[in-house]
Write a protein that binds this ligand. Structure first.
Ligand code: MEV
Length: 326
């Protein structure tokens, strides 16, 4: 191909973040905010082999695969580390232009790095006329995250590649869940970016220091996730199930706080959402910044408005689709 475009969605974690890094199950949903990556045979005549550009992120760079060097022309390099690592794994080094259109906030806990990585792999596979194999792409994307971040579960990359609402089992099996949470979930995000690597390292440190305290917390999160799975594996959520889910979210929030990933802004948003009518609210993702989710049947507008007074918020539009080849 001379041009290939692929996109992948962001995600929101409903239950089990951090515990999943210790091999526990988790539940997450793809959110229809996408990273769209286009790979073109090289037209420009700049010396370096690969050029990268993203108008939405105000980012421009030249990537030298031989030297493993990123020459930043404009913007911040964070996401480029994922692109570079992906190129090492999936590109033959021939001259190409890569364009990225980001339709989601970066560093807001919506899995932007996973979405960029998954979309880049899919675009490169299509560009090189390789078969698009979703599970394979999810696996390679997880390896990229591991290399760049030092520690990562396969959760973000699996949700981004497969789409939908999924339960990731203890042995990393992907089980699609039936429920359609449309219209019930609000995501509030702080302007304060969380650093996933640091947050994961912090929880690990506390677990190594106090295993007798942290292991029961991590095991409780596992039990919450398993109970939530039963609630969510139905076509229609009745009021009773919805209320149990809300309560499970609130308990999970308490345990995330105990793990040490809460901060003032997130705490404020969690309680503002509950005060505005959410039946459950919790941090989603790594914490330390980033986002919260709130379960608010019949109250989404109230919760959105209340959160927007102090930070940003969106109604979560879930995506049944993961990777799309455009
Ligand atoms: C980050 O979105 C979720 C964490 O559980 C880390 C991971 O699963 O890799 C905090």
């Amino acid at each position: 191909m001379t041009q290939s475009t692929a996109s992948a969605p962001g995600k929101t974690i409903l239950f089990g973040e951090h515990a999943v890094v210790f091999g526990k199950p988790a539940i997450a949903a793809a959110v229809d905010r996408r990273a769209i990556v286009t790979v073109n045979s090289k037209k420009s005549n700049i010396n370096s082999n690969i050029t990268f550009q993203s108008r939405s992120l105000d980012l421009k760079a030249e990537l030298d695969l031989d030297k493993g060097h990123i020459k930043l022309i404009r913007g911040q390099s964070g996401i480029l580390n994922y692109v570079m690592e992906t190129l090492f794994k999936k590109h033959d080094g021939s001259p190409i232009d890569i364009q990225l259109e980001m339709k989601m906030p970066v560093g807001a806990g919506l899995g932007s790095s996973a979405a960029v990585t998954v979309a880049t792999i899919a675009a490169l596979d299509d560009f090189h006329n390789r078969k698009i194999e979703i599970s394979q792409i999810a696996k390679v994307a997880h390896k990229v995250e591991l290399t760049v971040q030092g520690a990562a579960s396969p959760l973000d990359t699996a949700v981004s590649a497969h789409g939908g609402l999924i339960f990731l089992s203890k042995n990393f099996e992907i089980v699609p869940l039936k429920s359609d949470l449309k219209d019930y979930i609000v995501i509030g995000y702080t302007s304060n970016r969380g650093n996933t690597g640091e947050m994961v390292a912090g929880v690990k440190k506390r677990r190594d220091l106090h295993p007798e305290i942290m292991d029961p917390i991590i095991n409780s999160v596992e039990n919450i996730t398993l109970k939530a799975k039963d609630m969510l594996d139905v076509e229609t959520l009745n009021t009773e199930k919805m209320e149990i889910l809300g309560e499970l979210m609130n308990i999970n929030q308490g345990l995330l706080d105990a793990m040490g990933v809460n901060i003032l802004e997130l705490s404020k948003m969690v309680y503002i959402a509950r005060d505005a009518g959410a039946i459950g609210s919790k941090i989603t993702g790594a914490g330390g910044g980033g986002s919260i989710i709130a379960l608010c049947p019949g109250k989404t507008k109230d919760v959105l408005n209340a959160l927007k007074i102090i930070e940003n918020a969106i109604q979560a539009d879930f995506s049944k689709k993961g990777i799309i080849i455009h």
